[in-house]
Write a protein that binds this ligand. Sequence first.
Ligand SMILES: Cc1ncc(COP(=O)(O)O)c(C=O)c1O
Length: 380
Amino acid sequence: MDGSGIVTFDSVPDGDVINFGIGQPSPDLLPVKLIQEATADFLEKAHPLELNYGERQGDSRFRQSLADFLSRHYETPVTAESLIVSGGNSQALDFVCSQFSQPGDTIFIEEPSYFLAHRIFADHGLNVVGIPMDRDGMRMDVLEEQLERHRPALLYTIPSYHNPCGVTLNAERRRQLARLSREHDFVVVADEVYQLLHYYDTPPPLAMGTLLDEGKVLSLGSFSKIMAPGLRLGWIQGSKSLMERILACGVVNSGGSFNHFTSQVMRHALDLGLQQAMVDHLRAAYRRRVDAMDDTLREEIGEAARWDKPLGGYFFWLQLREGANTMQLKEQATKHGTGLQPGPIFSHENGFPNFIRLSFAHYRRDQIRDGVKRLGALLR
Ligand SMILES: Cc1ncc(COP(=O)(O)O)c(C=O)c1O
């Protein structure tokens, strides 16, 4: 429950706890009015058949509007045929694992990686091999070594503004990854959930979704971070041959599109320019939050941790002193009215004991300052 007594989401913090462990948007950034406008526009103009089953790939007009929007952001033409509607990246990831792997297959992932993705890979009985990262993303030298030892079915990457460590895979490595997927016959599953959320002058390198001709790449995109997670709407972008394999599967043949109704609403939001306005709004709001968190961390934590200021996404990744136990720190933080995610939960082998992830997305600037002060009292 939140303060108003309304059930909101799992693990909502109690009372005035400022929990930077929550990687979700704050209530003031959830666009009720905008969704109301797009829904009203859809329903006023809707043909009854729009409430029928959809096309199994997803409504073609929605995919065209989305393709136009992505073409502008990706600076590369995106076609409606290369897109299939999903229920967001979590659903898409689970679905891609079912379609492109068997239990016992190997999946390469970044070490560390998005902690909830680990559970999806466990659900599919996949053997996870971690590839370390540096400031330019996944290390290609280690990837090439591991490709001599294993034949992965899949490689999962978060190329831009990584969760948890905020780094971005550079352009050269993106192309290298696409090339290696072709040479070694594995599917790159690029979780591009933060691709459009850049806050300073330089955007990240072009999305992996622009490299469909260069390798076996599936790019997963979502409206969760650029509109609202509750929509449960996203897309999978892939080449013709990968798309054919996806469209042959039973679930889309039986049920049609994964999220037909919401995709109709979002078609109207895209066509009315509301999605672009929301991206602009979020970039400005999150930039102010990154600045507030960075400044307060410097003042309150200073030498007790090392971090790079994130240029996009949701997260700061802090390295504390050697020997720090961040699993215990999480418990202490809760007692001090704040919260964090400890490094080991992002590791498939319990690594990163002295790292923490802080999200700036769920709180206003004044709350960010207060929460970091509480954390500072624990760390100094
Ligand atoms: C890397 C990453 N992938 C996927 C998700 C969840 O995406 P969706 O809401 O589209 O299922 C998140 C949310 O935090 C995330 O950080």
